[in-house]
Design a protein around this ligand. Structure first.
Ligand SMILES: [Fe+2]
Length: 287
């Protein structure tokens, strides 16, 4: 069992669950100090998910805080980039009474890892609650390292070395994504990634799945690929791998996309504003 770590300027309190830790006592304005930034990155590596409570940040403040975790990568969809600070996207997932909602809400309803349709997906994501509904809207996280390690040895042997095609959309996803501009389409051809990913920081393996983007496994016919992907999906849907973050305004949550998936409960009241700021951190090519 993990124990509480005192990093000097803040405490890392492990969450009693499948993954994650809560950062207590941190002044976010100090996050870019080299010792503080190193401590935060270590905590993220150890726990895969960090909850950092605090006051709401402006986009510029969030950009500065996020730089503790690495370099920025821009959000694909231009309409989600705020004009004043392009590194910070505004994600509106308010449910509208007339049925028009931003696709972000519905697409995020099923398990995914951010950006896997890119050749070099974001290694981490920061999500910051600006306005939240009066109830519901929890974000769930799945520990894909634990899910991989819990697979039967025969399955691990079978899938190690397999590669899979991720695309901006796939018929396997429950919901369709937001439309892309011609430029955005040109930027997002289908890409191939390993089905089992090795973490570059510690060499540990994790399943690399995305129920919204993963289309098929290379070298298998469609039926065989669907069967295997469905089996792996069912495995990952087991609650023992999951943890739910219940949002408070001002929370900033950071997760490692290389060893987790996440989803949101779209169960909040119609018409109540749900607005998050998001930053993506540049990653490496999965191997
Ligand atoms: Fe996401």
């Amino acid at each position: 069992m993990d124990t509480l770590q005192d990093m000097g300027t803040f405490k890392v309190v492990p969450i009693d669950g499948a993954l994650g830790a809560r950062i207590e006592g941190l002044d976010r304005a100090t996050a870019t100090r080299p010792d503080v930034a190193a401590g935060l990155r270590k905590a993220l590596g150890d726990h895969l998910l960090l909850e950092v409570p605090g006051m709401p940040m402006t986009p510029a403040e969030m950009r500065d805080f996020s730089s503790a975790f690495g370099r920025f990568r821009p959000q694909l969809l231009r309409y989600k980039r705020t004009s004043e600070v392009p590194e910070v996207s505004v994600m509106v997932s308010t449910l509208m009474a007339d049925g028009t909602t931003d696709k972000t809400a519905l697409r995020s309803e099923d398990w995914h890892t951010d950006d896997s349709y890119m050749a070099t997906p974001a290694k981490a994501t920061l999500l910051h609650a600006i306005e939240i509904p009066s109830s519901g809207g929890n974000t769930w996280f799945c520990n894909m390292r634990a899910a991989y390690e819990a697979l039967p040895e025969a399955t691990r042997k079978r899938i190690d070395g397999m590669r899979a095609i991720h695309g901006y959309d796939t018929a396997r996803a429950r919901n369709r994504p937001s439309a892309r501009t011609a430029q955005e389409i040109a930027e997002t051809p289908d890409v191939e990634h390993p089905l089992v990913r090795t973490h570059p920081d510690n060499g540990r393996k994790a399943l690399y799945l995305n129920f919204n983007r993963l289309d098929h496994i290379v070298g298998l016919d469609r039926a065989e690929s669907d069967t295997l992907l469905d089996e792996l999906a069912e495995h990952c849907r087991q609650p023992r791998f999951h943890f739910a973050h219940e949002w408070t305004v001002g929370d900033c949550v950071i997760w490692d996309n290389r060893a987790t998936m996440h989803r949101v409960d779209v169960d909040y009241p119609m018409g109540e504003r749900r607005i998050m700021q998001r930053v993506l951190i540049e990653g490496d090519r999965p191997f």
